[in-house]
Design a protein around this ligand. Structure first.
Ligand code: ADE
Length: 215
């Protein structure tokens, strides 16, 4: 699966994709990340990427030309990729959509919007508008990272153990987890439940089933 991110702030994306599980997934060739600096597609000697809105109003909008050029280049690398833009006006991301995107493993080109928004004509090359929730951030970088992390952790081989698949199997009821403990047995007067210490597998499973919580 190829995931390309078009951004004015490549460092924000690179830092996260070069860490932890995302780094491991790309090192193991489960996913291929490419971060595209939108500034290099900027106009004129100052590499301008934004401009004032027609009809007036505060703030700047992202111009369409740099975004179009960046997406055309990204499609050369992944011709069948879906183009996604992160925007609070998009459809809110939920786990079932994440699961679909992970199981289809369709290549993605993710556009991170900035400033006060983007020229509406950008949407003519976008397949899907995605929001990560009912609140507004300063840019699409954090939302893009949320989308990427949620998909990549479901790709076969990323989490290693079977636990994730096990939890996902409860997906019809939502995402659920049971309380877990590690050492020490007692901490600040709080004890690990006795049933988890005695090694009776059936009893442990029963306890876990009885103590599932919806996350
Ligand atoms: N850009 C700014 N806020 C956002 C949000 N909530 N979801 C996706 N993209 C955004």
């Amino acid at each position: 699966m190829k995931i390309q991110v078009i951004t004015l702030f490549p460092a924000m994306i690179n830092e996260t994709l070069n860490s932890s599980m995302m780094f491991k997934a790309s090192k193991n060739l489960i996913v291929e990340f490419k971060v595209i600096d939108l500034r290099q597609y900027g106009l004129g000697p100052r590499k301008q990427v934004d401009d004032t809105p027609y009809g007036g109003g505060d703030g700047m909008l992202m111009r369409p030309e740099p975004i179009f050029a960046a997406v055309i280049d990204a499609k050369k690398y992944a011709p069948t990729a879906k183009v996604v833009i992160m925007t609070p006006a998009g459809k809110t991301l939920i786990q079932s959509r994440v699961r679909d995107m992970a199981s289809s493993a369709t290549d993605l080109i993710i556009i991170c919007a900035h400033y006060e928004g983007y020229d509406e004509r950008v949407l003519s090359i976008v397949d899907e508008q995605i929001s990560i929730g009912g609140y507004v951030l300063t840019g699409g970088e954090l939302p893009a990272l949320v989308l990427i992390d949620s998909i990549v952790r479901l790709l076969p081989g990323v989490l290693g153990g079977e636990k994730s698949a096990e939890i996902e199997s409860f997906s019809e009821q939502g995402i659920i987890e049971y309380p877990q403990y590690t050492k020490p047995r007692e901490f600040n007067g709080m004890k690990v439940p006795e049933v988890l210490l005695n090694g009776h597998h059936a009893a442990i499973l029963k306890w876990q089933n009885e103590n599932y919580k919806k996350v």
